[in-house]
Design a protein around this ligand. Sequence first.
Ligand SMILES: [Zn+2]
Ligand SMILES: [Zn+2]
Length: 169
Amino acid sequence: MQIRLQELATKPGYHAQFDYTIDLSKEEVGFEFPFQQPVRVEGEVSDDAGAITLSATIYAHVTTRCARCGKPVEYDKETDVEFRLVKELESDDADRDDLYLVESEAVELDDILIPELILDMEMAVVCDEDCKGLCPKCGQNLNHGSCGCVTREVDPRLAVLQKFLDNKK
Ligand SMILES: [Zn+2]
Ligand SMILES: [Zn+2]
């Protein structure tokens, strides 16, 4: 959906609701393609005495992998977006994050909403708070049991000695 601020400005009390889906299956986030299912956006654009407000909720089903063990993880997320769309910023508006500057004649709603969804993505999702992850040595999934590797941190000074001893073997 396209928003034309110029046009909206001439329609006092304008109010439009939207509810549609976007295909973001090709959108890469952190080396993953988390949006295997269409992302739904629902909200409204409205004029309140010349102030154009965009408020929306983005509903996404996220398919990703556990940051520790790599197991597939899926979950639903909701991202709320609320902006006042403005044609220009006043000097004291610089650090207001509730304003969205529309520099051209029209702005595509997706161009406002999609970056907000990406920004809201969780950085490191885990399959379980207690996920033990993979053994850094042999790669075994430690949730399925211990592999027996010794992975304790070796003191760097002792590491030199360890290397010496290993070479002796
Ligand atoms: Zn995990
Ligand atoms: Zn191991």
